[in-house]
Design a protein around this ligand. Sequence first.
Ligand SMILES: NC(=O)c1ccc[n+]([C@@H]2O[C@H](COP(=O)([O-])OP(=O)(O)OC[C@H]3O[C@@H](n4cnc5c(N)ncnc54)[C@H](OP(=O)(O)O)[C@@H]3O)[C@@H](O)[C@H]2O)c1
Length: 287
Amino acid sequence: MIVITGATGQLGRLVIQSLLRSVPASQIVAAVRSPEKAQDLGALGVVVRQADYTQPATLRAAFAGADKLLLISSNELGQRAAQHRAAIDAAKEAGVKLIAYTSVLHADTSVLGLAGEHRETEALLKDSGLPFVLLRNGWYTENYTASVPTALAHGALLGSAGAGRIASAARADYADAAAAVLTQDAQIGRAGQVYELAGDTAYTLADLAAEVAKQSGKPVVYNDMPEAQYKAALVGFGLPEAIAGLLSDSDAGAAKGALFDDGRALSRLIGRPTTTLAASVTAALAG
Ligand SMILES: NC(=O)c1ccc[n+]([C@@H]2O[C@H](COP(=O)([O-])OP(=O)(O)OC[C@H]3O[C@@H](n4cnc5c(N)ncnc54)[C@H](OP(=O)(O)O)[C@@H]3O)[C@@H](O)[C@H]2O)c1
């Protein structure tokens, strides 16, 4: 049995799609906060169980019989370390044999504000005594291509990443990596492995603006601004303060290289090149 938490999230759904290529649906458990959102997964034969990080009893029941557990980090910023602790405790009680956890690129040294909760979770995993694998995921390219419609509307892509090089990859690439660790030979899924996962090629936000301009045939330039000004602009576009702060902090981190890695562990793990920036822009323009 392979159990996936956050299975109704964007990454979780892609992991399940990837697993279904090699694992019978009846051996996959979608552990989800809201089972009503997982009816389509149930229709595929995937086992759906309720698992809310804030309700430990649901976690213990959801993880029962699991050989491997993919703990997809929660999106409830500020609550995550406590939520992940509950999941790790439940995994231990349920006798899970291996946990893979979606951390962040270079979690141990990252300057990103969001890395703190990942560091805490990695420490909890080490203290738990459970065998674990760290999937230190870099940035999703979709985080940036989500801005393509706004950039086209204004002729400018805003950010505060300066000339920082960003080695992002598509969510589907990280999902395939998680599926590989959960299903492939013992060497790849060996306990103690730490995978620094990032795209094969890196780009600056000026490169991204140029790619959008090239593919759309419309003028788009990159407009770099100080972190506080970028945050204010995002709030002005209607983003909640916390999300705006997270994005601007991440851009400031990117300027210092926090989203860069050239180890190519991701493409080695998935056995193919990572999705190119050009392909991600094409997908974003197609809507
Ligand atoms: N690498 C990156 O660039 C990047 C970017 C953004 C986020 N992340 C991290 O990677 C994770 C996965 O990414 P994603 O794109 O799949 O995010 P997502 O679509 O927001 O999915 C997050 C998942 O967490 C689940 N969740 C939240 N609170 C929960 C709770 N109390 N109990 C159980 N499940 C809970 C959500 O459940 P529901 O489906 O019920 O809402 C959802 O399935 C995120 O949660 C975040 O930690 C990484």
